[in-house]
Write a protein that binds this ligand. Structure first.
Ligand code: NAD
Length: 416
């Protein structure tokens, strides 16, 4: 997307927060780097009988507040710097929603769209054979992310339990429900973001039920945001959506459920009946009230930030806005709900999954929703109030909340 190094961006964001907080030099330097990282070379037998060698990574960024937690991405452009950035953002994310976990992330450079189910299973098991001994409910807990699924989590848990010789459902989250998954995990990321939009609407006196909205990236997070926006906010008009193959626009509105079905049937949003094509670039600067960037990092840069017309940008994707663009959006008065707040619903329900696995007792969907709503609403207001008090943009406000909490944990442990 933007071509900027995401880890350099993550460090730059931290630097700004450290300066604003007057953080001491040692704590600042400590928080700029992952505490631990692993690189793997994974040989996998492919269906054609040949062995293919994949590169895998796991970064345990900071565990001062609890075991590291974070998803696994399988993406052709995965790099260690992307994983480091995402692991840093997980550290701030678990802190902003105040759950007792640290931040981590992992990935494999691969293209799952070109792999059979058998090849994916062998890759999942190879990854766990390499990293398994560093994982565990009290150590480091992976989860799904871009192009990884509950089925992949199931294979990983099975491989881990085979290695360890007993049951360990809490070693990974985002599992299918029959083998220890939680109710409500599927739509938790989008649901948490929509709760934040509801709260932002109250503070800005903007009625989301009468608003137009657009979604960049129509995958897991984007599809649920499309439907939940209307379900939880009592209305709203979905005017555009896009995925890696292109986008669709209909200013009169599209039925989100029908668009999801169209994507499932055809593999993309393109050619949705009644719509006209729109590029990803055009979608981002569309005249709409609420924009949900839900694809990958680096979508909003200094090149297009000045043209953004949305009043609220709810960042379901990780790192969709570069630091230069942040300042431009703030000066324009765009209300950004920053990624590690907006998309924290996923890790919050992952945490609920770990808790249920450890208790071996499972909550109802209503219990999950009400606990998630409480966590997200509290986090939203903590960030909003901090940003107002310090007169900074919301991302910096969120950093001030999270970095204060993580730095305090590091100090209490006597690390810095
Ligand atoms: P996903 O793979 O289900 O969906 C990604 C979508 O983005 C796909 O529809 C893909 O076609 C689209 N896309 C890729 N490149 C694009 C481009 N250049 N322009 C427009 N669309 C493009 O992944 P997901 O789980 O929905 O994750 C999306 C984002 O949300 C990622 O940044 C991820 O890290 C973040 N996130 C997801 C979760 C979760 O629980 N799913 C949690 C936290 C953060």
């Amino acid at each position: 997307m933007s071509g900027l190094n995401p880890f350099a961006i993550a460090q730059q964001q931290l630097d700004e927060a450290a300066e604003k907080l007057g953080l001491d030099a040692a704590t600042h330097e400590f928080l700029r780097w992952p505490m631990r990282e692993y690189h793997f070379t994974l040989p996998v037998k492919m269906d054609n009988g040949k062995t293919k060698v994949f590169k895998g990574y796991r970064v345990q960024y900071n565990n001062s507040r609890g075991p590291t937690k974070g998803g696994l991405r399988w993406h052709p452009e995965e790099t260690i710097d992307t994983v480091r950035a995402l692991a840093a953002w997980m550290t701030w994310k678990t802190a902003v929603v105040d759950i007792p976990l640290g931040g981590g992330k992992g990935g494999v450079t691969c293209n799952p769209k070109e792999m059979s189910e058998g090849e994916k299973e062998r890759l999942a098991r190879a990854f766990i054979r390499s990293v398994g001994r560093e994982l565990g409910v009290h150590r480091d807990v992976p989860a799904p992310d871009v192009y990884t699924t509950p089925q992949i989590m199931a294979w990983m848990m099975d491989e881990y339990e085979t290695m360890m010789g007993h049951s360990h459902p809490g070693m990974i989250t985002g599992k299918p429900i029959p083998i220890g998954g939680s109710q409500g995990r599927g739509d938790a990321t989008a649901r948490g973001g929509v709760y934040c939009v509801r709260e932002a609407g109250k503070t800005l006196s903007l009625d989301p039920s009468k608003s137009t909205y657009a979604i960049q990236g129509f995958g897991n997070a984007g599809q649920f945001a499309a439907t939940l926006h209307q379900e939880l906010l009592g209305g709203g008009t979905l005017i555009a959506a896009s995925d890696s193959r292109g986008g669709v626009l209909n200013k009169d509105g599209m039925d989100p459920g029908a668009l999801v079905r169209h994507k499932l049937e055809t593999g993309g949003v393109a050619n949705f009946p009644g719509s006209t094509p729109i590029s990803n670039e055009e979608l981002l600067v569309l005249d709409c009230e609420i924009l949900y960037p839900s694809a990958l990092e680096g979508a909003i840069t200094k090149k297009n930030a000045g043209d953004i017309k949305a009043k609220i940008v709810c960042e379901l994707a990780n790192g969709p806005t570069t630091p230069d663009a942040d300042k431009i959006l703030h000066e324009k008065g765009v209300y950004v709900i920053p990624d590690f707040l907006a998309n924290a619903g996923g890790v919050t329900v992952s945490y609920f999954e770990q808790v249920q696995n450890t208790y071996n007792y499972y909550w109802t969907l209503d219990e999950i929703y009400s606990q998630l709503d409480r966590k997200m609403t509290d986090a939203f207001h903590a960030v909003h109030e901090q940003a107002q008090k310090s007169k900074v943009h919301n991302r910096l406000g969120a950093y001030l909340v999270s970095v204060t909490r993580v730095a305090e944990a590091c100090k209490l442990r006597g690390w810095v």
